[in-house]
Design a protein around this ligand. Structure first.
Ligand SMILES: Nc1ncnc2c1ncn2[C@@H]1O[C@H](COP(=O)(O)OP(=O)(O)OP(=O)(O)O)[C@@H](O)[C@H]1O
Ligand SMILES: [Mg+2]
Length: 379
């Protein structure tokens, strides 16, 4: 089984000074895949990458590359290249020498080096920059040089640790698309670390969501977004309103009755196996963009209607964020995103479509958009 993956991590554990940083991390990566490790600061992304690259050893568990065990091999004995966040170009060398650096160490023939450097620079759209000093390049250009340098040896696996972290938003977005194009063109395998969920959604074939050194969920971007396995994943990848609930009863026809925030009874679809038994606590996650706001309850029996108190409307340019309480006196605020609002929509007094702050507005949802998840303390 091990041989069918380019990279495999099996039950990796790692502690620093008795502080557990990775807890039973297992992963498989296929050739040509763009896999992103996503998670908050300190969750163990860089440590995982360093273990793959051979810069760190796990306390237990194994690393396989192309089916061969490499757990204790040094970095230079693995066909893996790492691009670190601080990309460490040599400031006194020109672009050519920076890109050629690893080939010079291998004493390859000058013609081979020249051709490889030329090809790599063309891939990152910096042909003609060979003689420039690194100090004469912008941040984005330096990042592309670091990438070109990592491409020349044609490693079977490229590890990238927040490589776009230092760039401004516009440049980062265009580099995301460029990187993805390069990866597809060269059919390389990328393991990419970021804590930026938008970046992960834009680029990845699969996303691995980390939390406190554990893998919370692993799957294609859409699957993770639409079917998060925990409230942590729901809130980390995209935004989610997380509400406390109790599962009252499992009803016939794949439906369940829940009690939301100890106050509102709702009947919702529950096609898949429920995370808890009747009578137990659970979490409900609702994406802000799935909520539609109306002045009255829906006549459509397939919809769930919740009478809410309108608290505030925050103008965001292309959309508005509407802050609601699911019932009067509820301490929990939920957010809805409204895209279509005009002169008759959001108004400067914080109201929406004629409803003043403090008034009642109906949140309508498809039952499928109410996600039933394990209670927060278990996630
Ligand atoms: N060499 C080390 N010695 C001691 N503790 C370390 C060492 N390297 C990492 N850690 C700790 O391990 C934990 C995970 O660190 P890691 O760098 O893997 O996180 P990360 O997910 O990459 O975070 P960030 O998004 O901030 O880069 C952190 O608590 C960090 O302080
Ligand atoms: Mg890191």
């Amino acid at each position: 089984m091990t041989g069918s993956y380019l990279l495999e991590l099996k039950n990796i554990h790692k502690s620093f000074d008795s502080h557990r940083v990775l807890n039973d991390v297992s992963l498989q990566i296929r050739e040509g895949e763009f896999l992103t490790l996503l998670g908050p600061s300190g969750c163990g992304k860089t440590t995982t990458l360093r273990i793959i690259g051979g810069f760190e050893q796990p306390d237990s568990g194994e690393v396989y590359l192309n089916g061969a065990r490499v757990t204790h091999l040094p970095p230079y004995r693995r066909n893996v290249h790492t691009v670190f966040q601080h990309y460490a170009l040599f400031p006194h060398y020109n672009v050519f020498e920076n890109v050629a650096f690893s080939m010079r160490l291998k004493t390859l023939p000058p013609q081979t080096i020249e051709k490889e450097v030329k090809d790599a620079l063309s891939l990152v759209a910096l042909s003609g920059f060979e003689k420039r000093k690194v100090s004469q390049l912008s941040g984005g250009q330096q990042q592309r040089i670091a990438l070109a340098r990592s491409l020349v040896g044609k490693p079977s696996l490229l590890l990238l640790d927040e490589p776009l972290g230092a760039l401004d938003l516009k440049l980062r977005e265009s580099m995301q698309l460029e990187l993805k194009k390069i990866q597809q063109k060269l059919k390389m395998t990328f393991v990419y670390v970021t804590h930026d969920q938008q970046e992960a959604l834009t680029m990845s074939d699969r996303i691995v969501v980390f939390n406190h050194g554990r893998i919370e969920q692993c799957g294609p971007a859409r699957e993770i977004y639409e079917k998060p396995a925990s409230s942590f994943v729901a809130d980390f990848l995209g935004n989610a309103n997380i509400l406390a609930a109790t599962l009252l009863e499992i009803l016939p026809g794949s439906r369940a009755e829940i009690l939301l925030e100890g106050e509102i009874k709702l009947k919702v679809p529950c096609a898949e196996a429920l995370p808890v038994a009747a009578g137990q606590r659970l979490c409900v996650a609702i994406r802000p963009e799935k909520i539609q706001l109306h002045s009255g309850p829906s006549q459509d029996a397939s919809k769930v209607s919740l009478p809410c108190v309108l608290n505030d409307v925050v103008y965001l340019g292309s959309s508005a964020r509407v802050l609601l309480s699911p019932f009067s006196g509820c301490a929990k605020t939920i957010q809805a995103t409204v895209v279509k609002y005009g002169r008759s929509g959001a108004d400067s007094a914080g109201g929406l479509n004629g409803t003043a702050p403090g008034g009642t507005i109906w949140a309508q949802l498809d039952g499928d958009d109410i996600l039933l998840l394990p209670p927060e303390s278990d996630s």
